[in-house]
Design a protein around this ligand. Sequence first.
Ligand code: FER
Length: 292
Amino acid sequence: MNKSVVLALGFILSGMFISAQTFDKQAPQGFDVEKKEIPHGKIDTVTYESKTVGTQRKALIYTPPGFKKGNKYPVLYLLHGIGGDEKEWFKNGTPHIILDNLYAQGKLQPMIVVLPNGRAMKDDRATGDIWAKDKVEAFTTFEKDLLNDLIPFIEKKYPAKKDRENRAIAGLSMGGGQTLNFGLGNIDKFAWVGGFSSAPNTKEPQELLPNPAKANELKLLWISCGDQDRLMPFSKRTSDYLTENNIPHIFYVEPGGHDFKVWKNDLYIFSQLLFKPVDKSKFSEFIIMSNQ
Ligand code: FER
């Protein structure tokens, strides 16, 4: 074979290899184990002024290995659950380790990940009665804080791409409900939406998406849940409504309950799809990995 044929073949094969459409069905063993020898991203804590709440609020930011202020990056907003705060993902989900490992394998589009505190109230700690009415309502208030305070802060302070196609939102449980409510309610702001084990705060499908065809403007609509999770009905009713209305989406049902084993796996799979070309005809291949 001459040199140009070899080069062309190599190019085609590597393209197949790194394509967004080759995906793991579940995270392999060791995906969340820290590897000293690979490049690491960086976690920072930032404080921003919230006009919505009237306080200074905190968020964690993960910037990828090789991060350069001179480049521009897409941004993923990754939300926590009812018992958590801005540190919940970091402490229990180790996104920095999962994503470092994926970067080392060339499996991610470089992105900034923002871990906000989704309980938008003056005392936003996950202490006392986390089920109290005002604390649960603060998860609704967070929509304003996110859109009007946090996103503008991030886009001013970090080298972020600012268009909807470079903005993703995902979250677990209460944060999954927030993701679907805020993401589908603001399709002009987010093109990538991922609800992991979404909680009862998820709006009813007809309220979530009164004009279902609008969701065709999304690059990716992801709904996932553990097959043993008692909150499954909130994911299933949403997916069913989308299916009835012919809206392409991923409904990823995995073995497991309502815990970080599931959410770490979700982050592993979901993050690899972000900010890459999408083939919606492949979405059905994600359905049901459970009961094997
Ligand atoms: C509920 C059950 C679960 C609920 C919220 C949750 C507000 C959230 C769980 C989580 O975030 O892990 O009835 O109502």
